[in-house]
Ligand binder design. Structure first.
Ligand code: EPU
Length: 302
């Protein structure tokens, strides 16, 4: 979709929006799959209500992009534009003793910043790729840690009201890879409360998690992390592995040879190939184990 046919460049500039025309989502996602559209990068999250009102007025469909690390995007020309907050580095600050993290900050960078300031607890999240906003939305977790456990407040734009709200931690439900945020909510900032720990202890914890991750996950390959959620009490990866589906492929979309719940793009995989692979594996797991796997990866289609 082309924004300029409907909204003048000056209007966007006034809102502090940088327009990147006809970008490939394959370049903006860790899976390296997806068609093309315009991307609007917003400098200040607080301007989101105005930008959203403008898009609505002009009937321009949109999706909100975080780090693009848990996302499978349709091939070809996309009929929505992509909005993104400008990445902030480090995007973490201590304000009067309160720890605030920007949604656009890199999650790993935020964990490292906290470690340097003697704030621990999030060691398990160190290798989880993506933005803080994406992690909040899906309650990212690894090695016994989930980000939701540390959230005390979230500044969020709500499409339902067209306004920015502050939600207290207790008002948000954080479940396994799922939260009570509405689909139209956009995370802007979060206040976290982390336990104080000596730097060396935090770094030792980070090292252990990094080693475990390196030993079991295909970190050098293009993936969206685990493709399916684990069923209660089970492991999607183990089931797929037991069916001898490691390296099973549809075109360039393949089940990783290292971890069977990671599906990888081995070259020029298309969304259609990845979808076919996901469907085939889900079907085989259901036939063999009677377990209906749910996608963890988010699918953007026109
Ligand atoms: N297993 C196999 N074969 C495989 C993969 C796993 O037999 O190909 C077995 C392992 O040997 C182990 C069990 O399955 O006994 C669980 O495997 P693992 O420890 O790798 O954990 P997982 O349940 O597959 C989950 C999260 C990961 C997270 C790790 C570490 C989900 C869907 N996955 O993986 O999160 O990093 O635990 O905490 O919850 C993600 O969500 O994208 C993700 C990568």
């Amino acid at each position: 979709m082309r924004v300029k046919q409907r909204i003048g460049g000056e209007k966007l500039a006034r809102l502090g929006v940088e327009l990147r025309e006809q970008e490939s989502l394959a370049e903006l996602t860790s899976l390296g799959i997806g068609g093309w559209t315009d991307r609007l990068i917003l400098r200040e999250g607080e301007k989101l209500p105005e930008l959203m009102a403008l898009l609505q007025e002009e009937g321009i469909a949109h999706r909100f992009l975080g780090g693009g690390t848990n996302l499978l995007v349709e091939d070809g020309e996309l009929d929505f534009v992509v909005l993104q907050l400008r990445p902030s580095r480090p995007g973490v600050s201590l304000e009067g003793g309160e720890l605030w993290v920007d949604a656009a900050a890199d999650l790993g960078g935020a964990v490292t910043w906290c470690a340097r300031h003697g704030l621990g607890g999030m060691e398990g999240l160190i290798g989880v790729p993506g933005s803080v906003g994406g992690a909040l939305r899906m309650n990212a977790g690894a090695y016994g840690t989930e980000i939701g456990a540390y959230v005390r407040e979230v500044r969020v734009y709500r499409q339902a009201s067209g306004q920015i709200h502050s939600l207290r931690g207790e008002e948000i439900r954080f479940d396994y890879r799922h939260t009570s945020f509405a689909p139209g909510d956009v995370m802007l900032r979060a206040r976290l409360e982390l336990p104080r720990k000596p730097y060396e202890e935090i770094i030792a914890g980070i090292r252990v998690c990094n080693e475990k991750r390196r030993a079991s996950q295909p970190l050098g390959e293009k993936s969206a992390g685990c493709i399916f959620r684990n069923p209660p009490g089970g492991s999607a990866g183990r089931m797929i592995d037991e069916l001898k589906l490691k390296n099973f492929a549809v075109g360039d979309a393949a089940v990783s040879g290292r971890h069977a719940n990671f599906f990888v793009n081995r070259g020029r995989a298309t969304c259609a190939e990845m979808m076919a692979l996901v469907g085939e594996v889900r079907e085989r797991v259901f036939r063999a184990f009677g377990s209906e796997l749910e996608n963890e990866v988010i699918f953007w289609r026109n």
